[in-house]
Ligand binder design. Structure first.
Ligand SMILES: [Zn+2]
Length: 238
């Protein structure tokens, strides 16, 4: 599921444990929708941290709803789903929903978290997906740049001053994708994925036929590798 772990790479950086994974997604329900089955597997064997860039406060069709209360509700739903899947830590960056931009501040926030949490695997959206949401694309682009900022000594020297030394991640997984080259077998955790998605109660009305759509996708991704259910990614070494 992950590449070979070398205790120390040739540039002298300690790699994080291959069991450390960081899921960086735009909205509170994205981790479960794109990789909930994989998270359930990964958290059994290692440490998973979720980073949610926006609270998704505009994610309602109720025109009378207060975006502040929607945000609060969605954070609670995300915490519950993350806890259920065994996620160790969840961080909310609270950027504005629908307006996430790959701005310098977001890249530095993410780079600081990568240096602190030391993931081997980073999972985000596929910024080249045809079916993209602008927030997903902006988040993914910021993640790709943050990996570089986190890795090199000369970006933002203040990071060193606050004790955050460079960290080189090992691999980047991009999903949901049309360019799948890596499938995680989630046959045993598929039900957990469904239950975790169902915890995002505020969103289910806006996801018509969600159970069928999720099942169709994981069946289709799984079939690429001969699994009953799978979650597909475009995997890159970084
Ligand atoms: Zn999303």
């Amino acid at each position: 599921m992950t590449g070979q772990l070398s205790p120390k790479d040739t540039r002298g950086y300690m790699r994080g444990s291959a069991k450390n994974r960081m899921i960086i997604m735009a909205h509170p329900d994205d981790p479960e929708l794109s990789c909930g089955g994989s998270i359930a597997l990964w958290s059994e064997r290692g440490r998973v941290c979720n980073v949610i860039v926006s609270c998704g406060e505009k994610g309602t069709w109720d025109r009378k709803a207060s975006p502040l209360l929607v945000a609060e509700k969605r954070e609670k739903e995300a915490r519950k789903a993350a806890r259920y899947l065994g996620v160790e830590r969840i961080v909310f960056l609270r950027h504005p929903d629908g307006e996430i931009s790959s701005v310098k501040t977001l890249k530095i926030e993410l780079a600081a978290l990568v240096r602190k949490l030391k993931p081997y695997t980073i999972v985000t959206h596929d910024p080249w997906s045809r079916y993209f949401h602008p927030d997903h694309r902006a988040t993914a682009q910021a993640v790709i740049e943050a990996i570089m900022i986190a890795r090199d000594w000369h970006f933002y020297p203040f990071l060193l001053e606050i004790g955050l030394k460079p960290h080189r991640a090992g691999e980047l997984l991009l999903g949901i994708t049309e360019n799948c080259n890596h499938v995680v077998d989630i046959t045993t955790t598929y039900r957990k994925k469904i239950r975790a998605i169902a915890m995002h109660k505020s969103q289910l009305g806006q996801l018509p036929d969600w159970q069928k759509r999720v099942r169709d996708r994981v069946a289709s991704d799984g079939s690429l590798a001969g699994y009953k259910y799978g979650e597909g990614f475009f995997k890159m070494r970084v």
